[in-house]
Design a protein around this ligand. Structure first.
Ligand code: AMP
Length: 502
């Protein structure tokens, strides 16, 4: 079934109900959503877009940009969003790799993007700005509104999302209509979404979190959302009283905690705060609960698999854990070297279920290497289950530090350092060391008003961490480098401190 047809069966019975409201009060109803995506899907067909063709998009976040996603689904095309911060050279790689039938870019970059796209033989290039500008809107508005969704089978692709690719070439994760439908329904049930919910949406929409987790869950419940162009703490504080749910990356929560106007009273209408895409520190979790009365619900997922585990809606939400597997999703822990199941131990997290993607676009070898023979996807994340069946992530496999032959899991060291008085955030990395192979190095930031020194932090760790886990050096920094999803760029830190011990 076409994912959009699925959404349609969940729309509110009153089509005048709001789907999206913007910060200035502009609203888009469910009937307008149907009308506008119908027009755009008709326009796509008039360009010659056929089922399975890719529609690549590099535009800034806006309501029309979100409608491009939904119209692509209706037309049976494969939606391919690109991070607006990708450079022209990066975009050239993605267009060459995905050979889209159409490319929609920003009016500001049209000149250079058109040259690239035309040189690669992309048949159609259009532009879309954030204020109704660009070449797309006039033809869009003039196309007929009625459109019947193009039929799709469960194995047909709905989207390709390129992974952030911190090592090697970025890979296009192929996601089917069925992958997205199953995860959307699972999250609607797990997080108890209803038509009365209003989600505060400040995430980017080129990534699985803002695009699928947030939007698809809302559409599966006929809920509405307050749609913001990005995260602005003051705007969030202003709009929180109007919302019932917020989804965010951990930096949203740490930035809100830095504000004195984050209070219990402010969030009294909120029923759920969700965090994911990067680890939420146990410290931030506890502090947020103390300030607002809300235990943030942390979940775990990735572009390739959609969402895998979630702390419970009812029941204990454990700080520092990503909760038990979601219904229908199997998660096991395996020995990274042999692939043998390693229950009760730290190992690589492997995932199987209707949520898991079909493989990497045009990379059969890479795809084969990342799946076990029995269909489990090897996530590359390391973790363990506790006695209650809650999953704890200890870091990416490639971030594991081997110092003097002993494994050091960055997340464990980071949690201990973040609990030291005055420490704000912390990133632990391994850097080359002449004796130990790798040495543990920590980069930390101070809380506002706190003064930190390396010796003081090291003293605080003596009784709390085994000697081999204690950093050989602690660097005090103003801030940690992060990507758009708030993930710490550990690769950049490793490069910056590569020669610390040489
Ligand atoms: P992405 O494909 O960009 O969504 O990145 C997925 C990766 O983000 C996962 O493989 C994890 O390494 C990380 N991640 C996502 N959610 C969490 C979480 N709640 N805690 C720790 N890491 C997370």
């Amino acid at each position: 079934m076409n994912l959009f047809s699925h959404f349609r069966t969940c729309f509110p019975s009153d089509p005048a109900r709001t789907f999206i409201e913007e910060a200035d009060g502009t609203r888009l109803s469910y009937s307008e959503l149907l009308e506008r995506t119908g027009r755009l899907a008709n326009l796509f067909l008039s360009w010659g877009v056929k089922p399975g063709d890719r529609i690549a998009v590099q535009v800034d976040k806006s309501v029309p940009a979100l409608l491009v996603y939904l119209a692509s689904l209706r037309a049976g095309a494969v939606y391919l969003p690109l991070n607006p911060s990708y450079t022209a050279a990066e975009v050239r790689y993605f267009l060459a790799d995905s050979t889209p039938a159409a490319f929609i870019c920003r009016p500001e970059t049209e000149h250079e993007m058109r040259l690239i796209a035309e040189a690669l033989g992309v048949p159609r290039v259009e532009t879309l700005g954030t204020s109704g500008d660009g070449s797309l809107p006039p033809n869009w508005a003039a196309a007929p509104a009625l459109f019947d969704e193009v039929e799709r089978s469960d194995s047909d692709l709905a989207a390709i999302l390129y992974t952030s690719g911190t090592t090697g070439r970025s890979k296009g994760a192929m996601l089917t209509h069925a992958n997205l439908a199953s995860n959307g329904m699972t999250l609607r049930e797990a997080w108890r979404f209803t038509a009365d919910d209003r989600l505060l949406h400040a995430l980017p929409i080129f990534h699985t979190h803002g695009l699928f987790v947030a939007t698809n869950t809302v559409l599966m419940a006929g809920s509405s959302m307050i749609f913001l162009p990005g995260f602005d703490a003051a705007e969030i504080i202003r709009l929180l009283p109007r919302a019932t749910v917020m989804m965010g990356v951990p930096t949203f929560y740490t930035r809100l905690l830095a504000r004195s106007d984050l209070t219990k009273e402010l969030v009294r209408h909120i029923r759920l705060f969700v965090s994911g895409s990067a680890p939420l520190s146990a410290e931030a979790h506890r502090e947020f609960q103390a300030r607002t009365g809300h235990a943030i619900l942390e979940r775990y997922g990735m572009t390739e698999t959609n969402m895998n585990s979630s702390n419970p809606y009812e029941g204990d939400r454990i700080a520092g854990s990503v909760g038990p597997p979601l219904p229908g999703v199997e998660i096991r822990i395996a020995d990274p070297a042999t692939g043998r199941p390693a229950p009760g131990e730290i190992g690589v997290i492997e995932i199987r279920g209707p949520n898991v993607f079909q493989g990497y676009w045009q990379m059969p070898e890479k795809t084969k290497a990342e799946f076990r023979d029995d269909g489990f996807f090897i996530s590359g994340d390391l973790g363990r289950f506790d006695s209650r069946g809650y999953l704890h992530i200890v870091g990416r496999e490639k971030d594991l530090i081997i110092s003097g032959g002993l494994n050091v899991y960055p997340a464990e060291v980071e949690a201990v350092i973040e609990a030291v008085q005055g420490v704000g955030e912390c990133a632990v990395i391994g850097v080359p060391h002449p004796d130990f192979g790798e040495a543990v190095l920590a980069v930390v930031t101070a809380r506002p008003g706190a003064r930190l020194d390396e010796a003081g932090i090291l003293r605080a760790l003596v009784d709390r961490l085994a000697r081999y886990k204690q950093p050989k050096r602690i660097v005090i920094a103003d801030e940690l480098p992060r990507n758009a999803m708030g993930k710490i760029r550990k690769k950049d830190l490793r490069e910056a401190f590569a020669t610390s011990f040489s």
